[in-house]
Design a protein around this ligand. Structure first.
Ligand code: RIB
Ligand code: CA
Length: 317
């Protein structure tokens, strides 16, 4: 399966990269970066460094949009700083590496959609600015792709950035609305399922033996777990938001989905809230958004850990 990862590389995005690289049937064509947990330059650097750390620096990184569609600047949110650190990488050192292609992420996405058509899956685990911009620039091209798997939204559960909204959707609600109403085949992996897939310290017990990659990832996850201990101690682990989107793309049986027409609220009070688009539904618009409502957390986590450890092992040898 040909995959582009569209990421705001913070800690769970970095886990998603390691997991995707370990899935044999996944061919990672590129990473496109977007603002979100950090600014887009830092997101690009974090992605490039992660690829280098894992021995895959031949995979190109394309820099994407710098701020949400309805603003003119980026400012890191307090919650992002707490969960991912000021640099999005648990405040660990991110070694400087040549990090970006000249082409923009948006142009690359359109080009890839035209080249690979229904062979292409995009997994988007940050705010949806790149995807929305690509749709606005060339909807016909983007509509050819096989599927867009999104980590974002809170459908039937409370939000994590406000009582009604999840962070990726709230960080660029206008973009999320454009994407969900575009007619692209979407799989929505929201908090409904990601908060049920948790990583604990025990799950990382094997990572000690895997040299630098294992130790960087242990430090990253430790940072993330400590943030969860502060704000969500009842969960007893950190949520595998972004890796689950990769899992759902490659193993649809990990999640149970329901097809709907969806929209994202863009008014101040309910910014980023995802709801059913009643008008579209009653007009018979095809239900192209498949919302995940249930997850086989055990099967997913087992597979993810197996893949990540394989990647660590290959880079250690
Ligand atoms: O709400 C979870 C999402 O927001 C994840 O993509 C995570 O990386 C984040 O900041
Ligand atoms: Ca993310």
């Amino acid at each position: 399966m040909k995959i582009i990862l569209d990421l705001d590389t913070g800690i769970d995005d970095a886990l998603a990269i390691a997991y995707a690289l370990g899935e044999e049937q996944a061919e990672i064509l590129a990473i496109t970066s977007v603002f979100g947990n950090i600014n887009v330059k830092q997101a690009s650097m974090n992605a490039a460094y992660t690829l280098q750390l894992l021995g895959h620096n031949h995979i190109p990184v394309y820099k994407g949009v710098e701020h949400s569609l309805d603003t003119t600047y980026y400012e890191q949110k307090q919650g992002s700083k707490i969960c991912h650190g000021e640099n999005g990488y648990g405040d660990l050192e991110v070694e400087h590496t040549s990090f970006c292609e000249d082409k923009s992420a948006v142009d690359y996405l359109i080009e890839a959609a035209n080249t690979y058509k229904d062979e292409l899956t995009i997994v988007a685990t940050g705010p949806l600015g790149n995807i929305a911009a690509a749709i606005q620039k060339n909807q016909v091209a983007m509509k050819q792709i096989k599927q867009l798997v999104i980590m974002g939204g809170a459908f039937g559960v409370r939000g994590n950035i406000s009582p009604v909204a999840e962070a990726n959707f709230a960080h660029d609600a206008v973009a999320a609305d454009i994407v969900l109403r575009s007619g692209l085949p979407v799989v929505m992996i929201g908090l409904d399922v990601t908060l049920r897939t948790l990583l604990t310290r025990d799950d990382m017990s094997e990572w000690k033996q895997y040299g630098k990659a294992g130790s960087v990832y242990r430090d990253l996850v430790e940072y993330y777990i400590q943030a969860y201990e502060k704000f969500n101690p009842q969960l007893k682990g950190c949520a595998l938001h972004d890796p689950l989107a990769v899992g759902a793309a490659l193993h649809p049986s990990f999640v149970t989905t329901f097809p709907l027409c969806l929209q994202v609220m863009t008014d101040k009070d309910s910014l980023g809230r995802v709801v059913i688009d009643k008008e579209a539904m009653s007009n018979g618009v095809p239900r192209t958004c498949h919302v995940a409502l249930d997850v086989d957390a055990q099967a997913f986590k087992q597979r993810m850990l197996q893949c990540i450890e394989k990647v660590f092992q290959n880079v250690t040898e």
